[in-house]
Design a protein around this ligand. Structure first.
Ligand code: PNS
Length: 164
């Protein structure tokens, strides 16, 4: 079975992420959406909330599993027997960082490939931080996040995010 990992912070999941996950699950037998657990990084949604949002957004996709992970992605991929990391590339600005990550992950786990999908043109500008910014100023984010989780995302973000 060919397994791919789509890793990220998903704070929150956007239609850009959904595009990559949906396309990856057509190519691989199984896609593991791996949400980074990083207590040091401030996030608007807890890891449990991010996993819940992703589970609801991917409910129609049979071969997708959503998990939290900590530590090195290369180690997690080895543990789950994944053949590839699949990520979306939006623009040249993403490239340098993603290239560095891909090379490091290859050193750490030579059996693991990193594959990039070119983002769909309508998602070129889209990121979780842009969604957060628009929502925090009361803007309409309905074109940027999955409809089934829109309300939950809006409610959290328009009130200024998670309170510590
Ligand atoms: O959505 P993001 O925040 O761009 O995702 C980044 C992510 C989770 C893919 C990246 O931070 C990651 O892989 N973190 C796990 C730690 C790791 O393996 N780092 C690379 C080697 S130093």
């Amino acid at each position: 079975m060919r397994i791919a990992i789509c890793p990220g912070s998903f704070d929150p999941v956007t239609l850009g992420h959904m595009d990559i996950i949906t396309r990856a699950q057509k190519v691989f037998d199984k896609v593991i959406v791996a949400v980074l657990i990083n207590p040091e990084k401030h996030t608007s949604f807890t890891v449990e909330e991010r996993i819940d949002l992703l589970n609801r957004a991917t409910a129609g996709l049979e071969n997708v599993e959503v998990v939290g992970f900590n530590g090195l992605l290369a180690d997690y991929a080895r543990m789950r027997n994944a053949a590839a990391i699949v990520k979306g590339l939006r623009a040249v600005t993403d490239f340098e960082y993603e290239f560095q990550m891909a090379l490091i992950n290859k050193k750490l786990n030579p059996g693991l490939e990193t594959m990039f999908l070119t983002t769909s043109s309508e998602n070129m500008f889209l990121s979780s931080s842009i969604v957060k910014q628009i929502a925090s100023f009361g803007g309409d984010i309905s074109n940027f996040v999955p409809e089934c989780i829109l309300q939950d995302i809006q409610e959290r973000l328009c009130t200024g995010g998670r309170k510590e």
